[in-house]
Ligand binder design. Structure first.
Ligand code: ADP
Length: 507
């Protein structure tokens, strides 16, 4: 049976727990996928933003270059229209720059300008190559002056009647980002994102589309025109990792809850099945035990009846013995059948009790008188002690006698070498009780609760040799419940047992 139960547990685990575990694993994996997909999405968004910002910067730079091409050297109107350009420097040619410096600020003086053009000769040659192919390429170039690093755009300006001239337009990064890029970033950011521009090495952004700085950015990329500046993107409101964490947390709890539910379900189903199997087993044991109990008296009755019938009995004394045996065995059979009938009545709730005022001492005495001879015959010593005076209880006398007979039967059945049974009655202020004690095989502690279950028999030790139905104590318990009393048991293996039936005192 335990093997069968283990198999069932295994199948249940396979059927329910395995799919649940697989589902959890899949869900966890999909959470990770979700995280990376979301990450990728924002990366793409950032790419799109950056593309648009760079495109815009390029268009702006183109428009400045076109303006210089159309209007020649820049005047104050040019610098008013393009406030992010702080200086424009023209060179006469690649070989001989002879720089001319224009602009409201003097970021670079002429000597520095010459050094710059000399330093950028190869780049200028490359740009002039593009120009020869009819393509004016603008290139962001930085220049290290003594004080700081300048950032600007290098390109060629071709006037109609003059050869193309190298031109370096120096940018004022903060006005470029603040005035030119900001409106563009605001349009791109819309409601969902924040866009920031950072200068390398600085803690705070130089420009942000939202003042509520959620600086947990999802990614950042350098600007084309200002390579030492980066554009970064973040979610407006909750940031991505919080969102993902919250979703993951929710899903995990849900998953855990579901798994727990499945586990509890599996345990419940397993326990029910195990209980049913145990019950089926005890029922089948019961049938075999009852058949066994019936067979012996039936065999004796039929054997002695046949002997009497065939008149093979040698003398009258032997005849009397045979009659007595037939009588005793049929009484035993009646007792057994009554026990089963009472149990079935008890099970269907049909058993009716006749409660009346009774003296427990009287009830006990009656049973003991019928039993004493029986005990003696089976080689038991006994001790019968009743409390002096009346022990009044409200009880069904027949039912109490039946309970007591069951206890005495058990005391005899489960005694091995030391054959001693004692029966006492006593009382205290509120209760009255009878107690049956034996010095038999005793009951293991873990079985003390179970012995009152229907069909239950202690399955180990010498009990196997003792016949029984597993119904006696169930009946005793049910009778005592009906009397609003209780059964108390104390027992120690190999030392003996004591069963006490406790009643409420009738005042
Ligand atoms: P049965 O005696 O027919 O098996 P019971 O319901 O009377 O059924 O008892 C249930 C079980 O409790 C018994 O099978 C036995 O294992 C145990 N038991 C009952 N009384 C005693 C006792 N006096 N000593 C030892 N074991 C007992």
């Amino acid at each position: 049976m335990p093997n069968k139960a283990r198999n069932i547990a295994l199948w249940l685990a396979l059927l329910f727990l395995l799919p649940a575990a697989l589902l959890t694993y899949r869900e966890l994996k999909s959470l990770n996928q979700f995280e990376s997909t979301l990450g990728e999405m924002y990366q793409k968004q950032l790419d799109a933003v950056l593309y648009s910002v760079n495109q815009y910067s390029q268009d702006l730079a183109e428009s400045w270059a076109r303006n210089l091409e159309l209007n020649g050297y820049p005047d104050s109107a040019f610098f008013q229209n393009a406030p992010s350009i702080s200086q424009v420097i023209f060179a006469d040619s690649i070989q001989d720059p002879s720089p001319r410096v224009f602009g409201p600020k003097t970021d670079i003086n002429k000597t520095e300008a010459k050094a710059f053009f000399d330093q950028e000769k190869s780049r200028l040659k490359r740009l002039s190559g593009y120009l020869a192919a009819n393509y004016r390429k603008l290139e962001p170039v930085s220049f290290q002056t003594i004080g700081e690093n300048k950032q600007g755009i290098l390109f060629f300006v071709s006037n109609a009647n003059e050869p193309p001239k190298p031109c370096y337009a120096i940018l004022d990064p903060s006005s470029f980002v603040g005035m030119d890029l900001r409106p563009r970033l605001e349009v791109l950011a819309q409601k969902d994102f924040n866009l920031f521009v950072w200068k390398d090495g600085q803690e705070t952004p130089v420009c942000a589309t939202d003042t509520v700085a959620n600086i947990d950015t999802l990614g950042q990329k350098p600007l084309w025109l200002l390579p030492d500046h980066r554009v970064a993107i973040s979610l407006r409101g909750e940031n991505l990792s919080t969102l993902i964490k919250e979703r993951s947390k929710g899903s995990l709890w849900l998953m855990l809850g579901l798994n727990m539910l499945v586990l509890l379900g599996v345990i419940w189903v397993y326990r029910s099945i195990r209980k049913e199997m145990q019950l089926a087993q005890t029922k089948s044991d019961f049938v075999s035990n009852v058949s066994h109990e019936i067979r012996t008296p039936l065999a004796l009755i039929s054997m002695f009846a046949e002997t009497l019938m065939l008149k093979r009995v040698p003398n009258e004394a032997r005849k009397d013995t045979y009659y007595r045996i037939i009588f005793q065995e049929s009484k035993r059979l009646t007792g057994l059948v009554n026990k089963i009938l009472n149990f079935s009545q008890m099970e269907s709730g049909l058993r009716a009790y006749q409660f009346e005022k009774n003296d427990l001492n009287m009830l006990v005495k009656e049973v003991w008188e019928a039993y004493e001879f029986h005990l003696e015959q089976k080689g038991f010593s006994s001790n019968f002690g009743i409390h002096e005076g009346e022990l009044l209880i409200n009880a069904d006398g027949e039912a109490i006698s039946e309970a007591l007979v069951n206890l005495l039967d058990n005391a005899m059945k489960y005694s091995l070498d030391t054959k001693h049974v004692s029966l006492q009655t006593d009382q205290d202020a509120t209760h009255v009780w009878l107690e049956v004690k034996d010095q038999g095989m005793g009951i293991p502690q873990d079985q003390l609760e179970k012995i009152f279950d229907k069909f239950h028999r202690v399955a180990s030790g010498p009990i196997h040799n003792t016949k029984g139905t597993g119904l006696g104590l169930t009946l005793v318990k049910s009778i005592m419940d009906a009397h609003e009393g209780s059964v108390e048991v104390q027992s120690e293996p190999d030392k003996g047992s004591s069963f006490r039936l406790v009643f409420n005192k009738l005042s």
